[in-house]
Write a new protein. Sequence first.
Length: 482
Amino acid sequence: MKMDRRRFIAASTGIFAGAAASSKFVRQIFARQTEKRPNILLINTDDQPAWWVGAYGNRDIYTPNMDRLASEGMLFRTAVTCPVCSPSRAMLLTGRYNHQVGIDDFINNDEDTGLPNGSITFAQVLHNAGYKTGIVGKWHLGKEQQYWPTVRGFDYWAGFTNAHGPKDPPVIVKHGDKKPETIEHKGFTTNILTDYAINFIRDNRSESFALYLSYPAPHMGYLPVPDEDMAHYKGKKFHFPDYKKFPQVNITEQQLHRKYIANYAPVTSIDRNMGQLFAELKALGLEENTVVIFTGDNGYCLGRHGLESKGNARYLGTNIPRPNMFDDSIVVPLIVRWPGVVKPGSVCNRLVSHLDFFPTMMELAGLNPASIPHLEGISMLPLLRGKEKIWRNELFLIYDMKYHAVAHMRLIRTRRWKLIHHYENEALNELYDLQKDPGELENIYGESEVSSVQRMLTRQLKAWEERVGATKEDLLKRRRHY
């Protein structure tokens, strides 16, 4: 079916079907606030590390709206997540480690798997509390209808099961229990998704809403983009990392230059669209009562460590894999604007995680995170309000890689130290002193000078593995085929 893009999008977002909120569930589980609860706009980009934002110190990328968001809100220096797509999204949605909900690696197009039944999502909880919940864009947690977001708590979905290219997307549109419709569009995917998001906001402006806007860009070079976004990089010279020190690399400076443009220009396109969203919130009188959360699903190296891509990276210009949990792969942007609550231009240096989004959104809605069993994260509201007294000292991650190479990595990261265990080959274990070596260029695992630190971190990591079922023995019990 073909239809004019703006006319269809405006029509498609107007009526929500789906099950009514369970008042009994709400009464028994949640403590509700009487005042109007804030709207939530969660923006998640694909393969955008923290260092691809001007506010994080990048002098080459053009991101005025992301930078403006940081000037009006709080920028988190160390927000981490699993270094590939589907596991990261599972963490964000469920507040649990990805392996706890059966998502080890990114879900390939030929896999008939997804976020399992019984996985409680923040959308489900907000829906049951009376929010209108919507997702626009990339899902990537199961292509079969049994895994779709509309059976995981979202009233509305306009997007794709995995992803689509940068132009002319066929968009799945589904309202609750109604039959889905796939609509073909002409134009740039990022622009089209923004139109869907704007119309969702317009249609729900009189109610509390939670919108998860999941852009499929800049994923590994998302070209073409509109000329106005590409224009910022015409004749641009980039500040490259020292990729030539890695002998495995096989790429010219001109080739790397093209890769930078292919990744930075889509970020700029997202940024321009974010500006449109912010303008719409203001025009509708919603800016003051909408919490905007901007993040990414995982990092990206693009020359750092001589690599291209993320946790499943390869050396530039080659197919030589380098499974990793470098900060460039796990640290994502996180900026939160909450007018009247978050101090404009503030910076948080605490260790936070995508696990923390679920409990944070619950508290934003006036709900008690303790009412949901087995959440692994911590609400960030004390950080946002500048009132935290006690916070975590370490973070943990797991990545069982099955595509491009086989790797079983377990990580503990403190503000100074990072230890990574490789269960596929323990000779590859890594330890970095992030205070002396923030670029993680010198692996000091096994050195006598840090033996006590290594033992301490190993004990902590092993204890965490035991608690969450992430040991080597647990891996074998799950009978993974890789």
